[in-house]
Design a protein around this ligand. Structure first.
Ligand code: MLT
Length: 311
């Protein structure tokens, strides 16, 4: 009987699906690399979210491991190429948390535009800052979406009722443009210079080079906002901080960081930035969907050799 290790906390629906399929499952979360290395030879499958880093050392020790499943989209916590070299497949759950992430990006957009965190904090303190809080409307603005996968597409659909012009920069959009008549396919430079809000929904580059840096901010509207709920290294944090301090742009909302968990960061305490701790995908609904997807995919692979959502 195949054996699966769930090494990050996730909805218990995953465990139930394995049990229903007569796959032995152990849930052991919060283990160190050394602890995983000791137990991993026992397992045929492994399920992670983002906390477990599936390193070369773990993969080398995993003598029976055939599949690593990521309950989520990003696989940057898994050494995918080394896993492949070792004849393991890596699968994720694309789309499973896309709505949650897009809704969080939308919430961040409205929060920066209407200064909700500042209004909330000061009102709780009895400060009544009514005169000092003047927001901006989303309506009639231009939203630039960088990356047009499941999350970018969903965000473009969410803002449909807001009378917003949507510009998209995506290498793959040209070939499928007719499916998305509500967006305009533009270059990165055009998106940067014309957008009021720029929201990133792409993968980080392989080399980890940021997509947006100091020179780009000089070309942006001084009233523009940056939203990043994708990956931390897409937006260079020092350059963003400088751009805000030099008034090159108006503000930012950031859910993801170059180093996570972010215990210290150059962006901390900049009043022009709203920060959240990588929670864009963290909804009750999405956590069930991704756990269900990954467990079903792994069962199908271990029992029937069906390969789905391989990265
Ligand atoms: C993802 O890649 O699915 C999201 O960033 C969610 C996460 O890692 O928690």
């Amino acid at each position: 009987m195949p054996k699966v290790l769930i090494s990050d906390s996730m909805s218990n629906i995953a465990q139930k699906i394995f049990e229903k399929n007569n796959i032995t499952v152990d849930v052991k979360t919060g283990l160190s690399e050394e602890e995983i290395i000791k137990i991993i030879p026992d397992y045929d499958g492994m399920v992670v979210r983002s906390a477990t880093k599936v390193t070369k050392n773990i993969i080398s020790a995993a003598k029976n491991l055939k599949v690593i499943g990521r309950a989520g989209a990003g696989v940057d916590n898994i050494d995918v190429s080394y896993a492949k070299e070792n004849n393991m497949i890596v699968m994720n759950t694309p789309g499973g948390n896309a709505n949650a992430t897009a809704e969080h990006a939308f919430a961040l957009i409205m929060s920066v535009l209407r200064k909700i965190p500042f209004a909330n904090e000061t009102t709780h303190k009895g400060m009544w800052e009514k005169k000092n809080i003047k927001g901006n409307e989303l309506s009639k603005k231009t939203l630039g979406i960088v990356g047009f996968g499941n999350v970018g597409v969903r965000l473009s659909n969410l803002v449909k009722g807001f009378d917003v012009k949507v510009l998209v920069y995506s290498k793959s959009l040209k070939s499928r443009k007719e499916d998305y008549p509500h967006v305009e396919d533009v270059s990165f430079e055009e998106l940067i210079s014309k957008s009021d809000i720029i929201s990133f929904h792409c993968k980080a580059t392989k080399e980890g080079k940021p997509l947006i840096s100091k020179d780009h901010y000089k070309k942006m509207k001084k009233t523009a906002y940056i939203i990043n709920a994708a990956r931390g290294n897409i937006v260079d944090e020092k350059d963003l901080n400088d751009a805000l301090n030099e008034n090159l742009i108006a503000g930012a909302a950031i859910d993801v960081f170059s180093k996570e968990p972010a215990k210290e960061n150059i962006l901390f305490n900049n009043p022009k930035i709203i920060l959240t701790p990588h929670i864009a995908a963290s909804t009750s609904e999405a956590s069930v969907v991704v756990a269900e997807m990954v467990a079903n995919q792994i069962c199908d692979f271990l029992l029937n050799k069906v390969q789905k959502n391989i990265v």
